[in-house]
Design a protein around this ligand. Structure first.
Ligand SMILES: [Cu+2]
Length: 459
């Protein structure tokens, strides 16, 4: 039962489609596990109602089996090791080998049976955020069901009643279990055409999450309420977040759920998008506005859509500047303009590794190869074609290419900008700045006469 499948790409379909004997069908489905942080290609449905699958950023979709017309999934809650970005691994809790857990994709009207096995050191439950379902399937420990004890498996059964984008997470010791990375994405595709759900060529999804892990350690501090130091998309920080690679002219949908403790204004460069739905469902056409940033509050999901018609490598990130940074001490004083000359040598006699940072701003941090403890990330990093990108955390790129093939999600490399289309250096003379001078005060102060409205005193 515990045999692990290590697979890549299309073999996912093979696992899901594998025929199983009648005896095996009476047992629960074999859990499928993933140990790689790469973005898996879309899982094309091998059976059941057809749909256009999503792509989970640095994640994957859970295969299912059909059992007498019921789609069966098996989620295993367990400790996992997640690479946050190359150079840093975190000891988290998740599902089926990963944090977040695999995306679950079903179709409106599907009958579902989901087995949840608890391999954590404490009890848990599973809440299906946003779903219409019988009260006893809602997964609130103590309220709608007893907790799932350690080592036990519970079964959830419901019909995917409305199409939309949802999430799943425990409703048991939530502060701990969500701070440890227990969450996953859920997409219910529409059955056939839906008046408010567009067909798109690329459909991406990811969860916003955050961790507080001291540099050099690997386990999140679960009591942190706001001051997280790792701002992540699907438990990955830039430069560990894959780019969203699309073909020029593609209609693109991006679904983003927020399971952190604060809001995130998610911002796309080079295009306007429309917010087309939330976990409440697709929005009426009259409620959709063009935007380039959409704020996603805690516990919310927003999906945005646009036509990717501008070629290039477009930044796509949270607009809170501290959320596009990796671990840093917030107690660091601002050093801009402070002259450290003479001081450093004195301190280095006491603390040989001492170095000064920030007297010209913090940009040097992007290029400096500072010695950092094992198992953490540089504060701002990631190299682009023109040097350090000076970003971390919730940042990646949307790569729009004429040459990207339909259905190809591979990274096309850096954009080659056409000649004459890049900001360039002015090499001519710089004129002396002219100071704006206030108009000279006149010798006599201006006389102001107040005239009351409706007064006819001039007669
Ligand atoms: Cu943010």
């Amino acid at each position: 039962m515990n045999r692990r499948h290590f697979f890549a790409g299309t073999s996912l379909t093979a696992v899901a489609a594998a025929s199983v004997s009648r005896v095996a069908m009476a047992a629960l489905p074999e859990p499928v596990l993933m140990d790689k942080p790469d973005t898996a290609p879309p899982l094309l449905p091998p059976n059941g109602r057809p749909y256009n699958p999503v792509v989970t950023l640095n994640g994957w979709t859970l295969p299912w089996r059909m059992n007498n017309g019921v789609k069966e999934f098996h989620l295993v809650a367990e400790p996992v090791v997640r690479e946050i970005a190359p150079g840093m691994r975190a000891t988290l809790w998740g599902y089926n080998g990963q944090s977040p857990g695999p995306t679950i994709e079903v179709v409106e009207g599907d009958r579902l049976r989901i087995f949840v096995t608890n391999k954590l050191p404490e009890h848990t439950t599973m809440h299906w955020h946003g779903q219409r379902l019988p009260n006893g399937m809602d997964g609130v420990g103590g309220l709608t069901q007893p907790q799932i004890p350690v080592g036990k498996t519970f079964v959830y059964e419901f019909v995917a009643r409305r199409p939309g984008t949802f999430m799943y997470h425990p409703h048991a010791d939530e502060m701990t279990q969500m701070a440890m990375g227990m969450m996953g994405f859920w997409v219910t595709h529409p059955k056939g055409q839906h008046p408010l759900i567009s067909e798109v060529q690329r459909d991406f999804c990811f969860l916003l999450n955050a961790f507080d892990i001291d540099p050099g350690s690997s386990t999140p501090k679960i009591n942190t309420m706001l001051d997280f130091n790792l701002w992540t998309w699907n438990s990955r920080a830039f430069p560990g977040i894959d780019s969203l690679n699309v073909r020029q002219g593609d209609k693109v949908r991006i679904r983003v759920g927020n399971l952190t403790m604060t809001n995130h204004p998610i911002h796309l460069h080079g295009h306007e998008f429309a917010v087309t739905g939330s976990d409440g469902g697709p929005w009426p056409l009259a409620a959709r506005m063009p935007e380039v940033t959409t704020d996603i509050a805690v516990g919310q999901m927003r999906q945005v859509e646009f036509v990717a018609d501008e070629e290039g490598d477009w930044a796509f990130h949270c607009h809170k500047s501290h959320h596009t940074m990796n671990p840093m001490g917030h107690a660091v004083p601002t050093m801009i303009g402070v002259d450290h000359r003479g001081l450093v040598q004195k301190i280095q006699k006491l603390v040989p590794d001492y170095m000064v940072m920030g007297e010209r701003g913090m940009a040097d941090m992007g290029e400096m190869e500072m010695p950092i403890p094992d198992n953490t990330l540089p504060m701002m990093t990631g190299n682009g074609p023109f040097g350090a990108v000076e970003m971390g955390g919730m940042f990646t790129t949307l790569k729009v290419r004429k040459t990207q093939k339909p259905g190809d999600y591979r990274d096309p490399g850096w954009f080659r900008q056409p000649a004459g289309t890049r900001a360039y250096e002015w090499r001519g003379a710089l004129p002396e700045p002219k100071r704006q001078t206030p108009p000279a005060a006149s010798a006599a102060p201006a006389e102001l006469k107040a005239i009351k409205p409706h007064s006819h005193s001039q007669h």
